[in-house]
Design a protein around this ligand. Sequence first.
Ligand SMILES: Cc1ncc(COP(=O)(O)O)c(C=O)c1O
Length: 365
Amino acid sequence: MDVVTEAAELDQMRSEGDPGVCHLEVGQPSGTAPESVLEAAREALGSPIVYTDSLGRTDLCRKISRSYGLRHGLDLNPERIAVTTGASAGCVLAFLAVFDPGDRLGVVEPGYPCYANVARSLGIETVRVSVDEEHGYQPTRETLDAAGPLDGLIVASPSNPTGTVLSATELETIHEWCQGNDCFLLVDEIYHGTSDITEPTAADLADTIVIQSFSKYFCMTGWRIGWLVLPEQFRRPIQMLAQNLYLCPPSISQSAALGAFDATEELDQRAAVYRTNRNILTTALVNAGVHRIAPASGAFYIWADLGHVGNSNDTAKALLNDVRVACTPGGDFDSRTGDRHIRFSIAGSTGEITEAASRLSSWLP
Ligand SMILES: Cc1ncc(COP(=O)(O)O)c(C=O)c1O
């Protein structure tokens, strides 16, 4: 967030001849929500915008459950869907419903830092599950055994910051480990739809909560809308928590999200751009001698080891000041090797990523 602020300041102070900042720091698609979403929102403005059920509108829950039928061939009961104020609120609700203070939650490193921050703020103890390049930056039976007894585990596939995706077998192995070790599994699938393959879902796994969102694939970050797929016994506790915490997810965004599933063709084309962008930047980095890059096949990030250049905080600052490329230093994602790593977001336009690639190539030693 400090990089975001600094990059925005540089943009504001931009003088004539200044090439401007290439924004590779934030994980958000650059375009607007699809037209079908905007149209649904415009239509909703003609009626009162009022509270809905705290678990969201029934018609939206039905549309979401139907999407699992279309994409994964699953027949999900719509009552298992809870619409939330983004995956962020989904995470808080799930942690509150599943864990007690003092419980041990396994969080993958490198991984999305908010899981551990949120868990700790709720009195949940976090246990680092260190993952490595050799195993595609995802946990294995061995890494989970090494983490020790866990009451819960949260994994993301595709992962932020590494972009790696769990195969169906790997997901099943993690689930089996959790079932055999009395450990509740949560799977963050917020980047589903961004890979070249259909990412396997955990929505049909027993005793598992799936965290999802309209933010990424659907390009709706600021609408603050997402969902959970819940085991049936969690419906009532989550409903009561949502009711007390924020009454309901934003009503206008729920109406807008009703249009989201009509835009899959357009959204799949946008996802294809992430893959083009990933190739452009990866090629530039490799040609500039950066060889340790996570084998991403989803999300819109490149997790690269730039340890030979220096500490990642200093590298990110220098990249911004010297060549106006904003990126994220790795420390927040990984306490072990984050000071060597930089996360580049490739969610922007291909023009912006091509320009960033050229600036990086000229800057790297
Ligand atoms: C892995 C992961 N989970 C959850 C979130 C939160 O997303 P939302 O906008 O739905 O709250 C993010 C946001 O970047 C993320 O990267």
